[in-house]
Design a binder for this molecule. Structure first.
Ligand SMILES: Cc1ncc(COP(=O)(O)OP(=O)(O)O)c(N)n1
Ligand SMILES: Cc1nc(C(=O)O)sc1CCOP(=O)(O)O
Ligand SMILES: [Mg+2]
Length: 237
């Protein structure tokens, strides 16, 4: 399985403070893009290429909900090479078996999907397996103990992409980044304008769909503006 060289890990840079102690510096939060639930492949491929041209993106998740398998396969075969050529991890939503068959870099599973251990068994130790934890510290600790590569909290804001969500508070991001090594992903209605609080509170990744694909100035400018916002916020941390 071609594994993108992107590591979903949180490493701490170290710098020496004035008093000579070592202080960890924040690794900048990174973007994790999610496809719309339904796409026209030709026009989305154009938008996807534009987003990748806009700047740093860590991951992309293909999340075609309730679409025929052959449509998902066709989209993955078109989009995955673009992602991996740009060193962006390509994840599939919901379906570990299909992720493995497609040679994806990983899979995202929620609480109503296949259990983590079964998913890990299918995709193997080298693939990325992320887990939805909504607003639950218990789910996050359980996923981390099981070996999840990231835990996803949300929704932090109302989402136009997913109807049924559980509201999460930014405190869970600072709790997670202060307690567990597993990287934390923030998701749900995230925009350039409302994301600073998520970055400030320790989100390792911002998982965004409409905030990029529906951005007024286009997906390339969206990625650029998200990264500029992240750099600005991290500089003040
Ligand atoms: C990064 C990320 N976080 C959460 C989700 C939601 O997953 P799930 O709860 O399984 O809901 P669906 O996306 O399957 O509708 C996600 N996909 N990605
Ligand atoms: C896929 C997904 N999961 C969520 C959760 O709360 O678990 S919110 C969501 C949709 C993310 O898209 P947008 O950035 O357009 O809100
Ligand atoms: Mg799911």
């Amino acid at each position: 399985m071609p594994l993108a060289t992107v590591n979903i890990t949180r490493e701490w840079n170290r710098s020496t403070s004035m008093q000579g102690q070592e202080l960890p510096e924040r690794i900048p939060t990174r973007l994790y893009l999610i496809s719309p639930a339904e796409i026209d492949l030709d026009s989305f491929e154009t938008a996807f290429k534009e987003a990748l041209e806009g700047g740093d993106v860590a991951c992309f998740q293909l999340r075609l909900k309730d679409r025929p398998r052959d449509e998902i396969v066709t989209a993955a075969k078109r989009l995955m090479p673009l992602a991996q050529a740009a060193n962006v991890a390509f994840l599939l939503n919901d379906d570990p078996q299909l992720a493995r068959e497609l040679g994806a870099d990983g899979v995202h599973i929620g609480q109503d999907d296949m259990p983590f251990k079964a998913a890990r068994e299918i995709v193997g130790a080298n693939a990325i397996v992320g887990v939805t934890c909504k607003n639950s510290k218990h789910l996050a600790m359980q996923a981390a103990e099981n070996g999840a590569d990231y835990v996803a909290f949300g929704a932090f804001f109302p989402s136009t992409t997913k109807d049924e969500t559980t509201r999460a508070d930014v405190d869970i991001l600072s709790w997670c980044s202060g307690l567990i090594e597993t990287p934390c992903v923030a998701i749900g209605g995230i925009t350039v304008e409302n994301a600073p609080a998520l970055v400030k509170n320790g989100a390792d990744f911002l998982s965004v769909s409409a905030g990029v694909w529906n951005y007024k100035a286009g997906p390339k400018q969206a990625v650029r503006d998200f990264n500029r916002m992240i750099d600005k916020v991290i500089a003040t941390c």
